[in-house]
Write a protein that binds this ligand. Sequence first.
Ligand SMILES: O=C(O)CCC(=O)C(=O)O
Length: 286
Amino acid sequence: MTNQLPYLSIDRHDVLSREDFIQNYLKPRRPVIMRSFAQNWPALEKWTYEYLKQGCGQVEVPLYSEAFANSDNDYLDSTQSMPFGAYLDLIQAGPTPLRMFLFNVFKYMPQLRDDFSYPDLGVPFLKNHPFLFVGGQDAYVDIHYDLDHSHVFLTQMTGTKRVILYGSEDSKKLYRHPLTVSCNVDFRDPDLERYPKLREIQGYECILEPGDTIFIPSRWWHFIEYSTAGISLTLRAMPETWPARLAGLASIIKLKVIDQYLGKMIGEKKWYQIKENWAHARARKA
Ligand SMILES: O=C(O)CCC(=O)C(=O)O
């Protein structure tokens, strides 16, 4: 039987002004879904599977499938590669756990940059780093938050996606692995006997449809499941203050470098088990 947690819904706006966004979502760090963010983007019509295939179907792309829950995989580890066009055919043919992560499609099709814009929402967008995410039905991304503490604006272009979010204050009760931005819980069917503290925190859930943009504030945990095959575009923005930006930089150094070093020293599997035990000890105290 599937374990269900009682999620709250996420605010949704057809139109959200800059001021409302800043006061009610950016400053208090609350997620929100907006239709107005991408309303004038030609990309929503133009970026069909066929169009992308014509533009860069031959490019060999890394693919991801393994969860990092229940394993010592890193969420940035790819498992295989294939030409982008063949991969698009694969996801249209039926469900597959294979997905693409952080794909810089603009390197191969720079003209795509003219098909979207950055709305003025009072945040410093990282304009050199728009990324495409593509996945087959049933693919999923285990819960994590972005290592560099950036804000995420994820726009669904085609297909639908289920998103589950938790605030950064819930890290310990999510059994976060120390020195990482991940944890071992599989949110498709969370094991509440093994992770009882999940009952004490409140998560949020939504289904994203084409044209929806979700704002995931800096350091918010996100789990993503492809309800159908689909494509989304993610724009990122730096946190507003310098201390928060420096904390993001420190996070990259601290988490990535130290975690990898200890994994090599101790052995990946043993280090993973140490982190899992440590996460349980911290959750019990939380
Ligand atoms: O939509 C996806 O496949 C993953 C998105 C994600 O995790 C992110 O933008 O940080």
